[in-house]
Write a protein that binds this ligand. Structure first.
Ligand code: DX5
Ligand code: ZN
Length: 218
């Protein structure tokens, strides 16, 4: 059994059947659900927020992996906890005081991740690496599903993995954006162990088949 964690992004789901689709993922034993929150400021688009997360919390026991693509997420950490988040990831580019925001998430008893846009160097999180449970390497520019994987991100995964190992830390590496059955093994070989996939999981509504295809090759 592979120790790779699949985290399907519900941004690509059919919102009119969200509860049902989460149940299908649960039947497939998918451990995480990736929840993309967008504010129309940090990223161009707006997705959904606390009320939607609260509503779907009762549909599944999966880990709610909440990816906050919002400016100054420190304003809303408690609200996302109350809505049902288990893991909250904030962007290094969106936080004025990153250490403080990370601490805030931990104080709520949640797991914490820090995310980096494709153009942001790994170096920028060097001094918080020992504070987090996960680093999210964005492999597209955040804001939309269905974009193409940016090839230069592969070496960032390798670089991060070696930084984590050299410090003797136990930090998950998540990748997000443009991941599909053709490049998933490349990111895993580079060091990623938490894989976000939106389009690849929900494509054509064939969730079971798509998840089985992914699980059979990792
Ligand atoms: C992009 C989001 C991603 C996105 C991934 O801003 O953070 O989670 O939904 O979608 P795919 O897998 O379709 O690229
Ligand atoms: Zn995401």
């Amino acid at each position: 059994m592979s120790d790779i964690i699949l985290s399907p992004s519900i941004l690509a789901s059919d919102f009119s059947k969200l509860g049902e689709q989460l149940k299908i993922l649960e039947q497939c034993n998918v451990p995480y659900v990736h929840i993309d929150v967008m504010d129309g400021s940090f990223v161009p688009s707006i997705s959904f927020g606390m009320p939607v997360i609260k509503a779907i919390r009762k549909s599944t026991k999966a880990v709610f992996d909440v990816h906050l693509m919002i400016d100054e997420p420190s304003r809303y950490i408690k609200d996302f906890k109350d809505a049902g988040a288990d893991l909250i990831t904030v962007h290094v580019e969106a936080c004025k005081h990153l250490n403080r925001t990370i601490e805030q998430v931990k104080e709520q008893g949640l797991k914490v991740g820090v995310a980096l846009n494709p153009a942001t160097p790994i170096e920028s999180i060097k001094h918080v690496l020992d504070m987090v449970d996960m680093v999210l390497i964005m492999t597209v520019n955040p804001g939309f599903g269905g974009q193409k994987y940016i090839e230069s991100c592969t070496e960032k995964i390798v670089e991060l993995k070696s930084m984590i190992d050299s410090k003797g830390l136990d930090v998950d590496i998540q990748v997000d954006g443009g991941i599909n059955i053709n490049n998933i093994n490349k990111v895993i070989d580079a060091g990623a162990n938490v894989i976000v996939a939106g389009t690849a999981v929900f494509d054509k509504g064939n969730i079971k088949e798509n998840v089985n295809d992914i699980m059979s090759i990792i």
